[in-house]
Design a protein around this ligand. Structure first.
Ligand code: 5GP
Ligand code: SF4
Ligand code: MG
Length: 466
């Protein structure tokens, strides 16, 4: 998901709509905005679909007045896929004794089932199927008076990944979990407004200056133009999601002081060193494989070419909810540039192999177009474990790499060769010259290593074996 908030400017909701539009890659199912105005109070609009199809209408935006607003774009990772209902769309809003608050959450709460059972047992009435709603109910039950204190109480009970943007009548609040699994940054607008955003690319769209990242385990409370920083949690060594660098974030964002584009290009360079091959063309599987393909071409000297063309009007394939739509999606979205491919030995660079369905479809299309050889180079290690921290990966048994070796996957995909970047190569590409520190890893990489930095207790209770 993507979260965004603005305070201290007239009609903050308009800025939030633009910010959410720049974060659309983080979630395309639905979006919502809550604003507050001294006379109109809290207002909220939640809609299915793209930001641009909803939050561009003057008639809707007029209902969201005020100098303070937050928003969310949704990508579902909990509950039944493709069955998002309006009631699951964030931000969530609650009324407390000291006034209302709204929250927008990116990440996934790994003890949400247990919390939900406990809260329902104690009388809470849940409105949605979302794990994030627990936070509002925990806040409601806190004995603290002020909303930020209630929120700290609530978040101390929550396990897993959370980057949160929240608001009261007067405050804009940003929090990151102690490991800082998901990103969150602070920006400044025209010297008067403050901005919180999942990624820096959404600061750019509204002309806000990047100030700094919210630190792992930090809570910032912005009121009357001042930013106060709090440390509600016991300090831990951060474990930022390495897959944000590979795939999830936009290449024009800066993560941990590093350009996402540059990291992806460096992954391609590492891949060309680790897994060279004789070939005529390096082609990305667009768009997610593009920077790594550029790096592979630069390092190998094999010409870069657009052998696969992407229809820009489709969303990200894997966000399509069901297996059937996902399968169709590949051809609706990607087409082979036949004239270029015919007779050529082609290196195809993609970001990841999950189920392998995309790769099989692409191999078929490229061979149909007359390619002489197809070599896959993948910008992440084999995805052998599910993510429980906010990226939608299927169950373990659907992950190709959970049951097959690299050779078996190569045979299954029917390509001439298949190579993945090593975990150390990936770490080097993110700027860790020494690679992964196995005693104390610098990132979360659980989907590749099975090393889960937070025990996914709900899943373990359901029988998931670590
Ligand atoms: P596959 O067809 O192997 O299941 O999906 C791989 C494609 O989905 C890749 O091209 C990649 O761009 C996209 N993808 C990236 N990350 C994920 C993820 O975490 N989960 C899923 N299901 N697909 C992803
Ligand atoms: Fe990121 Fe993978 Fe960790 Fe999930 S399991 S947070 S996708 S590195
Ligand atoms: Mg892709």
């Amino acid at each position: 998901c993507g979260v965004f908030g603005v305070s201290g400017v007239a009609d903050a909701a308009n800025f939030v709509a633009l910010g959410l539009h720049a974060l659309q890659h983080r979630g395309q199912e639905a979006g919502g905005i809550v604003s507050h105005d001294a006379t109109a109070g809290f207002n909220s609009a939640r809609r299915m679909g793209y930001v641009r199809d909803n939050f561009t209408k003057a008639s809707l935006m007029e209902t969201l007045p005020g100098p303070l607003a937050i928003g969310h774009v949704r990508y579902s990772t909990t509950g039944a896929k493709g069955t998002t209902q309006l009631r699951d769309v964030q931000p969530f809003f609650g009324e407390f004794s000291m006034g209302g608050a709204a929250i927008a959450h990116n990440g996934n709460i790994t003890n949400a089932d247990a919390l939900r059972r406990e809260l329902i047992g104690a009388g809470s009435i849940f409105q949605s199927a979302s794990d994030s709603e627990c936070i509002i109910h925990l806040m409601a039950r806190s004995l603290q008076r002020k909303v930020p204190d209630r929120m700290q109480d609530a978040l101390r009970r929550v396990e897993g990944a959370f980057s949160i943007v929240a608001m009261t009548r007067t405050k804009l609040i940003g929090v990151r979990d102690p490991l800082g699994v998901r990103p969150l940054v602070l920006g400044r607008l025209d010297g008067c407004g403050w901005v919180l955003s999942s990624e820096t690319c959404a600061l750019d769209i509204i002309g806000a200056a990047f100030v700094r990242e919210i630190e792992p385990g930090e809570m910032v409370v912005i009121e009357n133009g001042e930013v106060a920083s709090h440390r509600p949690f016991a300090p831990q060594k951060p474990r930022f999601c390495i897959f944000e660098h590979v795939y999830f974030s936009r290449p024009d964002s800066i993560l941990g002081g590093r350009s996402v584009y540059e990291t992806r290009r460096a992954i391609g360079v590492e891949l060309a060193r680790e897994a060279p091959v004789e070939a005529d063309l390096v082609c990305p599987v667009p768009d997610s494989g593009t920077p790594a393909a550029i790096g592979y071409s630069q390092e190998s000297g094999i010409p870069y070419a657009m052998g696969i063309i992407r229809n820009q009007y489709m969303g990200r394939t894997f966000i399509e909810p069901t297996e059937q739509i996902r399968n169709m999606g590949v051809r609706l979205k990607l087409n082979v540039n036949r004239a270029l491919i015919r007779g050529k030995r082609v290196v195809l660079v993609d970001d990841s192999v999950v189920r392998g369905t995309t790769s099989i479809k692409i191999r078929e299309m490229v061979l149909d177009a007359g390619a002489a050889e197809v070599h896959f180079r993948i910008a992440s290690p084999p995805t052998a474990w599910p993510c429980f921290y906010g990226v939608d990966t299927p169950d373990r048994d659907k992950l190709l790499a959970s049951s097959m070796s690299e050779e078996e996957m190569c045979a299954h995909l029917g390509v001439d060769s298949l190579r993945f970047i090593s975990l150390n190569g990936l770490y080097r590409a993110t700027g860790e010259a020494q690679g992964r520190n196995n005693a104390s890893p610098q990132h979360c990489d659980a989907c590749f290593s099975g090393d889960y930095p937070v025990i996914p207790s709900d899943r373990v209770a359901q029988g998931f074996c670590l």
